[in-house]
Design a protein around this ligand. Structure first.
Ligand SMILES: Nc1ncnc2c1ncn2[C@@H]1O[C@H](COP(=O)(O)OP(=O)(O)OP(=O)(O)O)[C@@H](O)[C@H]1O
Length: 187
């Protein structure tokens, strides 16, 4: 990436709308200036490779993916115990160079630490929330081994967000997009 560029780190619990907001931001900023970076991509591709699985199935939001979610969390934690920023580094090295990156799935304090240590003042952090009822309406089902472990809970007590936003409705979502755009000085 060139200097003076920005990286927006998005965090939020399952079904708060991280992907949804990332796609809306991408459209609002424009694909010429912006790319979505997913830390889950190298996790899935490396997991698939090591376990001889079909990556396209693993990437799709279906039952197959859900079955492997727990196993992938355990496997990726083992990798992280050797190198906490392993997947962040791969995701960034494989990302398309653009002035603005939106990292759609920040889950750990060590992720934020690595991004800040590597990209310094280019980082903006955003926490997305939604009520439990909203998340349930969007299909959230509490799953042991997924929703009660570090990957889902590590950032619950993080307080240094540049911006905290609620995404419970389409009206709120427009407001969320505008707030993020003004955080990165695009409006
Ligand atoms: N503001 C909104 N208005 C309407 N639908 C929304 C809104 N935000 C999210 N959704 C819908 O809620 C569902 C969950 O959103 P999304 O997949 O973006 O969540 P997520 O935080 O990325 O979840 P996960 O961590 O499980 O991947 C999707 O079907 C999405 O279209």
């Amino acid at each position: 990436m060139m200097s003076n560029n920005l990286i927006v780190l998005l965090s939020g619990k399952r079904k708060t709308g991280k992907d949804y907001i990332s796609e809306k931001l991408l459209k609002a900023i424009g694909e010429d200036k912006c790319a979505i970076v997913r830390i889950s991509e190298p996790i899935k591709s490396q997991y698939a490779k090591e376990h001889n699985l079909d990556l396209s199935e693993l990437m799709s939001p279906n039952k197959y993916k859900e079955e492997y979610r727990k196993q992938m969390i355990i496997w990726s934690d083992q990798v992280r115990s050797q190198d906490p920023s392993y997947f962040c580094k791969i995701a960034c090295s494989e990302a398309v160079p653009k002035p603005i990156w939106i990292v759609s799935d920040i889950r750990r304090k060590t992720d934020i630490k690595w991004f800040k240590a590597t990209y310094g003042g280019q980082i903006r952090t955003v926490r997305i929330s939604a009520t439990e009822q909203t998340r349930v309406n969007r299909g959230f089902v509490f799953t042991k081994g997924v929703d009660d472990v570090t990957s889902e809970c590590d950032l619950d007590d993080y307080t240094e967000w540049d911006l905290c936003v609620a995404n419970d409705s389409s009206e709120e979502c427009d407001c969320v997009i505008n707030k993020i755009l003004s955080l990165i000085n695009i409006v």
